[in-house]
Ligand binder design. Structure first.
Ligand code: PMP
Ligand code: GLN
Length: 392
């Protein structure tokens, strides 16, 4: 038999699915895969339910329902001062993952170089490779995950077609500084490169900070596409509704990639997300505020147990070192110990690297009910106390 496509053949199932399966098998508290354990606002779900019953339930327009495209354009203006034409500069997709695939397939041709910042969200590398692109990786390192201007500059060349950035960034929970964004913008303009901006955590930014899209920097409007996810913005990750904003010249080929991928996205969910995006400021403030409290609750508990908790400015995630806790030699071993013996599932940060990954950090997801966070901390405490008694 002829070989199947090596990009997808023999590779691992995503770490998120793997850890969720292990969590179920071991009755563990699942702090691995990033999803809230309560569903998003009931009024948004009511709009979806009513639209499902009332219909129509037939193919919506390929670019997305006009209501949702309008709502995405309005949100760009309201939050970032960006003027966006809803008819030609917005595309609705079945999740940010589909949006990423559409953007990469539409902008990257075989042989093009794509700059990626490592650690990276796990679908980036296979999608770039599937497009025939050549990944050029630049690492950011803990504890502050600062982007080194020289390393980034060296990654760009005349062959660079695009940079793919995730801001705010999973798993590092980093928000790119103004200086870092400016550096990226300058390099894109110097090398005539596009920027694909995965901004799914745009509304989950803490400590009074505000998200700033790369697209809003001077000279970047025409060469950036920015991706949002209703899953993250409305705590409805299973809905898989995403949206891309960009200049018409880029949205046009991206929409052509979309038309041969999913073509469209369920109409009732689109209608409900359009309603959601119109929610008033208090919704967005509370979303970030609630999550920030959960971050603090979990960070306090993990620090008290001896984990070294790295700073977290955004997202659902805390990255932690586990040195001296006796969990194992690597992050993968530590995750196995934690899920099997402590009853808490987390994710190894090495899963967010191509090769030669550092293996000394694990990622905890904190978008959980307070009692679930407390239960996880209690299990970790019981396990670590018993383990240290045993080794004494
Ligand atoms: N990008 C990043 C950085 C993510 O963490 C995720 C996970 N939700 C996605 C994209 C995918 O989003 P969606 O579920 O909307 O496809
Ligand atoms: N983005 C989620 C995470 O980082 C996972 C999404 C998925 O499982 N596809 O945990």
């Amino acid at each position: 038999m002829k070989p199947t496509n090596p990009v997808f053949t023999g590779i691992n199932t995503t770490v998120f699915e793997t850890m969720s399966r292990l969590a179920m098998a071991h009755y563990a508290v699942n702090l691995g895969q990033g999803f809230p354990d309560v569903d998003g606002p009931e009024d948004i779900r009511q709009v979806a339910a009513k639209a499902l019953i009332d219909g129509p339930n037939q193919y919506p327009p390929m670019l997305g329902l006009p209501e949702l495209r309008g709502a995405v354009a309005d949100a760009n203006k309201r939050f970032y001062g960006l003027d966006v034409d809803p008819n030609s500069e917005v595309l609705v997709t079945s999740g940010a993952t589909e949006a990423l695939a559409d953007c990469i397939f539409a902008l990257v041709s075989p042989g093009d170089e794509v700059v990626l910042i490592e650690p990276l969200y796990d679908c980036y590398l296979p999608l770039v490779k599937r497009a025939g692109g050549i990944p050029i990786k630049v690492r950011v390192a803990p504890p502050d995950w600062h982007l080194d201007p020289e390393a980034l500059g060296a990654a760009f060349s005349d062959k660079t077609k695009a940079i793919l950035i995730n801001n705010p960034m999973n798993p590092t929970a980093k928000v790119f500084s103004d200086a870092e964004l400016q550096l990226i913008a300058d390099l894109c303009q110097q090398h005539d490169a596009y920027a694909i901006c995965d901004e799914v955590y745009e509304h989950l930014v803490f400590d009074g900070q505000k998200h700033r899209p790369l697209m809003a920097l001077e000279g970047m409007r025409e060469r950036s596409v920015r991706i949002g996810s209703a899953g993250k913005t409305f705590s409805l990750t299973g809905w898989k509704v995403g949206y891309v904003t960009g200049p018409e010249a880029l949205i046009d080929p991206i929409a052509k990639a979309h038309q041969w991928t999913t073509f469209t996205t369920p109409p009732n969910l689109q209608k409900a997300v359009a309603f959601g995006l119109g929610k008033d400021d208090s919704y967005y403030h509370e979303l970030a505020h609630d999550l920030m409290n959960k971050r603090d609750r979990m960070a306090r508990g993990l620090s008290a147990l001896g984990f070294s908790v790295l700073p977290c400015a955004s997202t659902y995630f805390l990255t932690c070192g586990f040195d001296g806790l006796g969990l194992g030699k690597s992050d993968v071993e530590a995750c196995e110990t934690l899920v099997k013996e402590a009853g808490v599932a987390v994710v190894p940060v090495s899963a967010f690297y191509g090769e030669d990954a550092p293996t000394d950090y694990v990622r905890f997801c904190f978008c959980k009910k307070n009692e679930v966070i407390d239960e996880a901390l209690a299990r970790l405490s019981a396990f670590l106390t018993a383990a240290s008694a045993e080794s004494a």
